[in-house]
Write a protein that binds this ligand. Structure first.
Ligand code: NAI
Ligand code: PYR
Ligand code: MG
Length: 625
């Protein structure tokens, strides 16, 4: 990889500095930006090259990006952000010394897509498809993202849940090429210097995992790298974060997965997981090193096991902003959105969230995060927070969280949800019998937990049972869409963490399967944080985003059982999420960038501004530096 700098207009001074230092520049400014003229004037050489690039591009619609590189020949082809395979223009072939290194006939992006997709279709298994897409990502960034975006519904389940889970389990066996950064216990003394091994100055979003709880697949240690890679590919495809400005990270602190640890091909440190104070202090060191180099980057904590997830969030969220935990906060966001949208589907008002009776299976960081977020949404409707907690019954592997003996180390959040009105330890079905819930949530990671008995019991007491098995991957889903509709005679409203197809009932009526996954939340958050340089991620931002997601579909769609737009509309959803997050940040005084007046005057101005910041997978102009 080479040094590459992408310019959004907010970062212009940094770019100019980097250009002076001889780095590669990757410049994108909105056509209307006042800085565009300023920037182009400042760099005369670039202006000249850009004009030549624009003149000679006949085949594709080019983006206004300008990539300036010192590379020539094969090193251009081997850099995925510069490579365009058979798509290099005649002039690029000349200037970048590519003559003879690529086949003679130049092809348009559309022809490249056709070839890649026909090869993709020939892949036999989902894992083969995952590997094919990974190799494409390693080869040609624009082509990868164009294809991912144009076929999002088909490919998101491959690069993300569920297939990314299998790809992590088999990472040691299928590993081909490095991507992202690994920080291991053995590197600890070098964290401060090794961050400078990454070639990009302008990192906007970092997704970091320690692999301690990958989906519901447990501790996968260093094998977890595909999770941050997958999440970041959704930031890019779903919210237009520039791929160059993303950084996937694995913290290798060992693994307690013995089978993996003892496997001769395992790529992480073959040692037990670091725990306790030493673990926290290592994360402190990592955060401090990262902040030294990238003080403004958004850090997303991903798939940290529940024993540390909330602790780390609390430790860094106000001190080293902007930081958030995806499994706790963005899952909370989509769960609130799902409940709010289900209220619309049931002909109720948002304020009726205060009357829900919610049973949640799973008291890990995701389950508690979701319940806490819904409790906050109830409070925002004017209820006392204690009353809000009273709407929940949480069941874990030992049954209902009740009062009685519990560990001294129990988190305050978990303690708040303990019930004194029912015996501790009641089974899920017993709780449903007694409580007669309106909403059933699954964040247990236990595939099939919502049995026919459980769902039928739920359906006895409500006309429209709201059933959200949110665990991932598909094998860990508490029930399938087909089961939920079959066992409720089609009355359920359904949303799952991993995608299921819609279900056609015996009478021919189609029942909709929604995907309640945090993918609806984090990319838009990232867009807002990056575009406005938000300094701290707050719970209010997630609540605002949830309310927005719940209102994106028209009434007639919601009445059919659709809760939010399909994932193929993710870019539009993300702009709306970003606008809501941005508005909260503006109101809370948490923005570092000065916005143009138009963005401050109206919601439309704000969304237009955000849309202009989004990276598009189109071939830009490569100029020789
Ligand atoms: N849809 C989405 O966007 C997201 C889904 N998730 C999913 O949520 C699940 C849980 O994640 P974490 O809380 O981090 O995991 P965790 O392993 O910390 O928590 C699992 C919880 O389920 C409970 N549990 C286990 N067996 C149970 C049973 N038979 N009945 C009731 N409860 C049982 C455990 O006691 C524990 O409280 C995972 O499958 C994860 O993939 C997580 C984040 C986002
Ligand atoms: C979706 C996600 O973040 C999870 O299942 O952990
Ligand atoms: Mg996760």
């Amino acid at each position: 990889m080479r040094n590459i700098i992408r310019a959004s207009f907010a970062k212009r001074p940094a770019i100019l500095g980097s250009l002076r230092n001889g780095f590669v520049a990757h410049v994108r400014t909105p056509p209307s930006s006042p800085f565009r003229t300023l920037f182009t004037r400042t760099s005369a050489a670039l202006q000249h090259e850009e004009r030549i690039g624009a003149l000679e591009c006949g085949l594709d619609e080019r983006s206004d990006e300008v990539l300036k590189t010192k590379h020539r020949g094969l090193s251009v082809i081997h850099d995925p952000s510069l490579n365009r395979g058979s798509g290099f223009s005649v002039d690029e072939r000349e200037r970048l010394l590519l003559r003879g290194l690529v086949p003679p006939r130049r092809q348009a992006l559309e022809q490249q897509i056709e070839r890649v997709m026909s090869t993709y279709e020939r892949q036999r298994t989902d894992l083969d498809k995952f590997q094919f897409m990974s190799m494409l990502m390693d080869r040609n960034t624009v082509l990868f993202y164009r294809i991912l975006m144009d076929n999002f519904e088909k490919l998101a389940p491959i690069v993300y849940t569920p297939v990314v889970g299998e790809a992590c389990q088999k990472f040691h066996a299928i590993y081909r090429r490095t991507r992202g950064m690994y920080f291991s216990i053995e590197d600890r003394a070098h964290f401060r210097t090794m961050v400078y091994n990454w070639p990009v100055d302008d990192v906007d979003v970092i997704v970091v995992t320690d692999g301690s709880r990958v989906l519901a697949l447990g501790d996968l240690g260093c094998n977890s790298m595909n999770i941050p890679i997958g999440k970041l590919s959704l930031y890019v495809s779903g919210a237009g974060i520039s791929p160059t400005n993303t950084l996937p990270v694995v913290l290798d602190v060992g693994t307690d997965n013995e089978e993996l640890r003892d496997h001769p091909l395992y790529l992480g440190l073959p040692r037990k997981r670091l725990r306790g104070d030493e673990y926290i202090s290592l994360i402190d060191d990592w955060i401090s090193a990262v902040r030294h180099r990238w003080p403004n980057a958004l850090i997303q904590f991903e798939d940290f096991s529940s024993d540390v997830a909330a602790t780390l969030l609390k430790r860094y969220r106000h001190k080293h902003a902007p930081v958030f935990n995806d499994d706790i906060q963005s899952t909370g966001c989509i769960a609130v959105a799902s409940v709010l949208s289900s209220l619309r589907a049931r002909g109720l008002e948002p304020s009726d969230i205060a009357h829900e009776k919610i049973v949640c299976a799973g008291a890990g960081s995701a389950g508690l995060g979701v319940c806490e977020a819904i409790a906050q949404a109830i409070e925002a409707e004017g209820q006392a927070l204690e009353d809000a907690y009273n709407r929940f019954y949480i069941v874990d592997e030992n049954g209902l969280l009740g009062t009685g003996t519990h560990s001294k180390n129990e988190s305050p959040t978990r303690r708040k949800f303990r019930r004194s009105d029912l015996p501790a330890g009641l089974s899920l079905k017993e709780v449903i019998e007694k409580v007669k819930p309106t909403v059933l949530l699954g964040l247990s990671g236990r595939g099939g937990l919502f049995t026919k008995d459980v769902i039928k019991e739920m359906a006895k007491h409500v006309d429209v049972p709201v059933i959200f098995p949110m665990s991932n991957p598909s094998t860990a889903s508490e029930c399938t869409a087909e089961q939920a509709f079959d066992w409720t005679s089609g009355r359920a409203l359904f949303a799952s963490g991993s995608p299921f197809g819609n279900v056609t009932m015996p009478n021919g009526v189609v029942k909709y399967s929604n995907q309640a996954n945090n993918v609806y939340s984090f990319p838009g958050l990232g867009l807002a944080v990056t575009a406005l340089r938000i300094s701290c991620v707050t719970d209010l931002m997630f609540l605002a985003a949830a309310r927005t997601i719940a209102t994106l579909l028209p009434d007639e769609d919601v009445q059919k059982g659709l809760l939010f737009p399909g994932v193929n509309k993710l870019r539009n959803v993300s702009v709306e999420v970003a606008a809501s997050v941005a508005q909260v940040a503006i109101d809370q005084g948490l923005t570092g960038n000065v916005l143009p007046d138009s963005a401050l005057k109206s919601r439309e101005g704000l969304t237009d501004f955000l849309r202009e910041q989004m990276w598009e997978p189109k071939y830009g102009h490569i100029v020789a530096g």
